[in-house]
Design a protein around this ligand. Structure first.
Ligand code: FE2
Length: 139
């Protein structure tokens, strides 16, 4: 269930691509920890690290969009997707904290983290790269 980095995931903005690679590696570590049946507190540590990283990453992308004067409607839609993800992710963590059923966590995590992230990177984040390229060609 590992997420593999492929060229398809390249946005074309180095700061975003570097953080995406890191994000994918943290998610893969979390998946591995769960599959290995690591202790709960170990898994909690990876989740806490991931939460922190996601928050930093979303803030970076949003700041960047404002700085490059990204069209407002696209910015708002992008921000909404980040908020939706954040809510789903927190719900998932709450389920994990209350319920000891890891198989449930694995399935939901695949949808919430892996599918969402790959989708979001391939469509929404890539649009930032396209915009930046267009702006550069105008200079
Ligand atoms: Fe994004």
């Amino acid at each position: 269930m590992d997420i593999k980095w492929t060229e398809d995931l390249t946005v074309g903005v180095d700061s975003i691509d570097d953080q995406h690679k890191e994000l994918i590696s943290i998610i893969n570590n979390l998946l591995k920890a769960i599959n290995r049946g690591d202790a709960r507190d170990e898994i909690e540590k990876v989740i806490a690290f991931l939460k922190n990283y996601v928050a930093t990453h979303f803030a970076m992308e949003e700041t960047l969009m404002l700085r490059i004067k990204y069209p407002n409607d696209k910015f708002l839609e992008h921000e909404r997707q980040h908020t939706d993800f954040w809510e789903n992710f927190n719900e998932l963590v709450a389920v994990f904290n209350n319920d000891h059923s890891l198989p449930l966590m694995v399935n939901t995590m695949k949808e919430v983290l892996v599918d969402w992230l790959v989708n979001h990177i391939c469509q929404t984040d890539k649009a930032i790269g396209v915009f930046v390229k267009k702006q550069q060609s105008l200079v």
